[in-house]
Design a protein around this ligand. Structure first.
Ligand code: F6R
Length: 248
């Protein structure tokens, strides 16, 4: 048994890669199905961790329909850039699932006035939110979305400077052949915590220490993911390596 400090967090241990993608897809589809909305609002992460989930969803026969609300995006990239998180998610899941473009609420990375994008996302969310489901990964420094430490529980959608640690791990997505932008836009912790259901995915040894801290230490801005302890409905799906700091 793996226990978080808060009893509103359920931890599911995936014993194999297959089980990880199955559990993640099952949890995602069940949450979609149980939403009273015809088109639930869904927040999705990029990164390596959710790739098995997206592959599982692509390979299933299920027809899913939802409104995609973007979690985070770099600033200053051309619309055709392969580094754009919008394009990454379009390839991985939104295009394969035929999610119409008008159901993709995204930051425009090449807007010279990022504050416009922040205002647009904040007011869209105010009018249409909260999200029904937020799927998240966790950074090795405890970030969720691009809420780098320190990030307050009340933080909102904003412009952030990425830490060196985050830049290093993100550059590795593209074999370090070009540098990722240093600035990004992210939903804040408060908007993420408004989601009705949160699914946190974590795999690999590099997440073990931070996952344990995030789920068992008192919530603090130094570990933004620790604020998930204050949410009423979180499912963590993690492999044995990511759970290795928990004593069974
Ligand atoms: C990216 C995002 C980040 C990642 C985190 C983990 O959209 O929201 O918080 O989820 O950096 O990245 P991976 O999965 O590559 O370890």
């Amino acid at each position: 048994m793996f226990n978080a400090k808060s009893d509103t967090i359920e931890i599911l241990h995936a014993k194999s890669k297959n089980e990880f993608s199955n559990l993640a897809a099952k949890s995602f589809c069940q949450s979609l199905k149980s939403s009273p909305q015809k088109k639930p609002i869904v927040i999705l992460p990029t990164g390596n961790t959710p790739l098995p989930l997206y592959a599982e969803l692509r390979n299933s026969e299920k027809k899913l329909d939802f409104i995609y609300f973007q979690l985070d995006e770099y600033i200053g990239l051309e619309p055709s850039s392969k580094r754009l998180f919008t394009n990454w998610l379009a390839d991985e899941i939104l295009d394969p699932m035929d999610i119409p473009h008008e159901q993709r609420i995204t930051f425009r990375s090449d807007n010279l006035f990022p504050q416009d994008e922040i205002d647009m996302m904040r007011s869209w969310y105010k009018e249409n939110g909260p999200a029904d489901i937020a799927v998240l990964g966790i950074g090795a420094n405890g970030h969720i979305g691009f809420n780098e430490p320190p990030s307050d529980e009340n933080s909102q959608t904003r412009l952030v400077k990425l830490s060196n640690e985050t830049l290093k791990s993100n550059n590795a997505y593209w074999d370090n052949d070009k540098k990722a932008p240093e600035y990004a836009l992210t939903l804040g912790i408060s908007e993420i915590l408004h989601a009705k259901k949160i699914i946190l995915l974590a795999t690999g040894k590099s997440k073990a220490i931070i996952l344990k801290k995030a789920l068992t230490e008192p919530p603090s801005p130094e570990i933004p993911a620790s604020y998930l302890q204050n949410h009423p409905n979180v499912t963590v799906i993690a492999d044995a390596e990511a759970l290795s700091e928990f004593k069974s």
